[in-house]
Design a protein around this ligand. Structure first.
Ligand SMILES: Nc1ncnc2c1ncn2[C@@H]1O[C@H](COP(=O)(O)OP(=O)(O)O)[C@@H](O)[C@H]1O
Ligand SMILES: [Mg+2]
Length: 249
């Protein structure tokens, strides 16, 4: 890895499921420290693209680079090492419902570090504080509101202080105000911890706030890439229509 390496690079990735092509020669580059937004209609391959970045899905053709490392063929401990640098906030929050909020955040620390219990407890508390759940360590996920679950998922995704955070539809299922609060937390990570963000959303206000660079996918292809202003002036009518919609969620 050199300092010139982007945080993430998808190099002409193509992926089919059951003979249906979901991603078609998608190339994109996420500079280190960037807020990168993936836009597009439902079913157009956004989540599949995101999953490639942590090797949950492998491309049929093309390569995936994380901080300059080609992860396309990596397995086992090598892939695990790369994954530690990449946090993932799933759409549902994906919390374990049978353990407390605090233990959810502690889980990656117990699994991937040899930190002592007291140290873990302290780090978890600081993660929970940072997302406004400082007094919710012992609550069960089932007792949280949607916004709180998302915050807890964010605390867990950040448990190992990854340099890259992937976020799949942070606004989904949240009211606009709660959704804005989540955006503020994400923005804070980018600004204060220099975390690189890759965010899938079709919430345009959120895309405007978080997106230094954006890509729009349509039917598995990248149809536009650039800043908000560049996408607003795209030659592609769908891209312009998308950018001018106020559709949230
Ligand atoms: N593991 C999988 N097996 C089969 N089909 C899948 C799988 N993952 C995604 N797909 C299909 O790929 C297409 C794109 O999915 P996705 O990336 O989730 O879309 P979105 O842009 O809404 O996030 C959808 O038609 C979806 O059904
Ligand atoms: Mg999706």
């Amino acid at each position: 890895m050199t300092s010139a390496d982007p945080a993430v690079r998808l190099d002409a990735i193509t992926k089919s499921f059951g003979g249906r092509r979901v991603l078609n020669q998608v190339t994109l580059e996420v500079p280190e420290g960037c807020g990168f937004v993936i836009l597009g209609r439902s079913g157009t391959g956004k989540s599949v693209a995101l999953r490639h970045i942590i090797g949950l899905v492998r491309p049929d053709a093309g390569s995936v680079f994380v901080h300059g490392t080609d992860i396309t063929e990596l397995e086992g401990t090598e892939l695990a090492e790369v994954r530690k640098q990449v946090g993932f906030l799933f759409q549902s929050g994906a919390l374990f419902d049978s353990i407390s909020v605090g233990e959810n955040v502690a889980f990656p620390m117990r699994r991937h570090t040899r930190l002592a219990d007291a140290e873990i407890r302290q780090r978890v508390q600081s993660k929970l504080d940072s997302v406004g759940l400082g007094s919710d360590y012992d609550k069960m996920p089932g007792d949280l509101s949607g916004g709180m679950r998302k915050r807890a998922g964010l605390a867990r995704a950040m448990a190992l202080d990854p340099r890259i955070l992937l976020v799949d539809e942070p606004s989904a299922g949240l009211d606009p105000i709660t959704s804005e609060e989540i955006d503020e937390l994400l923005l804070g990570l980018k600004q204060n911890q220099k975390t690189t963000l890759v965010v899938v959303t079709h919430n345009i206000p959120s895309a405007r706030k978080l997106g230094d660079q954006l890509v729009m996918l349509d039917q598995g292809r990248s149809v536009a890439q650039g800043t908000v202003e560049e996408l607003e002036q795209s030659d592609n009518e769908l891209v312009r229509a998308f950018m001018s919609s106020s559709h949230a969620g």
